[in-house]
Design a protein around this ligand. Structure first.
Ligand SMILES: CC(C)(COP(=O)(O)OP(=O)(O)OC[C@H]1O[C@@H](n2cnc3c(N)ncnc32)[C@H](O)[C@@H]1OP(=O)(O)O)[C@@H](O)C(=O)NCCC(=O)NCCS
Length: 217
């Protein structure tokens, strides 16, 4: 029994002992957004624009969970005029950076792993049930000007898309439902639904792919 309990404490990511909350930040966010919300310690929240979020999974005691404990911090920046909408059960691992000068919408139960950066100057939509690995970058802008080149174009990622570690999704790209982006790929063109794309630049290497969130561990 005690051994089981100890195992639970060590293994369960959402236990309050292993995932301390920032009490003050949680209170401040709960008061501002009118609902009980847990903000993990070491989470940077700079919200001047619009911010909406769904229900989270912190022990079922609180309705929401924002951010992640540990270094590097999870950072959520929504400057004035920007919009961030997180669906139910969205999980942001440590080191994730969301910068929303435009709009970022992330669908239900999508998981974004460590140190992934999503920078929106126009619009980035990510669907439901997506698995976005670590060190991924999703950008809807070139950031710098070339004469005659559109600097910013919206990005759309469908439902159940898996993006492998270190991949980059560039401006204007649409990725269809159920597709998989191989690790380290740079995606510059649209990806139809159900395709595996790999390489720099990304090319379709398999169609009618099926993947699942199940892991071996
Ligand atoms: C996309 C992926 C799932 C494909 O795995 P797989 O089905 O076992 O594919 P294979 O290794 O048989 O490779 C199939 C082909 O794609 C190529 N390929 C696979 N991954 C590639 C990549 N990241 N970049 C470029 N080409 C790649 C292979 O070289 C092979 O080419 P070939 O047919 O000409 O020999 C895997 O390569 C991958 O990128 N996994 C992501 C892992 C990850 O980031 N995990 C983090 C936790 S979410």
């Amino acid at each position: 029994m005690i051994r089981d309990l100890a195992r639970y404490f060590l293994k369960t990511e959402t236990h309050p002992v292993t995932v301390p909350l920032s009490i003050l930040k949680s209170l401040a966010v709960s008061a501002r957004f009118g609902r009980l919300t847990g903000v993990r310690y070491n989470t940077v929240l700079r919200i001047r624009g619009t911010f909406e979020y769904g229900r989270g999974d912190l022990l079922g005691l609180m309705s929401n969970r924002l951010g992640s404990a540990g270094n590097p911090p999870t950072e959520i920046h929504v400057p004035r005029g920007g919009t961030l909408v997180l669906g139910d059960g969205v999980r942001l691992a440590k080191g994730v950076q969301l910068y929303c000068a435009g709009t970022i919408r992330i669908g239900n139960n999508t998981f974004i792993n460590t140190c992934t950066r999503i920078y929106a100057f126009k619009h980035i939509r990510i669907g439901n049930e997506c698995g976005i690995s670590w060190n991924v970058q999703i950008l809807d802008s070139n950031f710098h000007y070339f004469p005659g080149i559109e600097i910013t174009r919206s990005v759309e990622i469908g439902d159940r898309v898996w993006i492998g570690s270190g991949a980059m999704i560039m401006k204007g790209v649409r990725i269809g439902d159920g597709s998989v982006v191989a690790a380290g790929s740079v995606i510059t063109k649209d990806v139809p639904p159900g395709c595996l794309v790999a390489g720099v630049p990304g090319r379709i290497i398999r169609e009618n792919v099926v993947w699942s969130h199940d892991r071996f561990d």
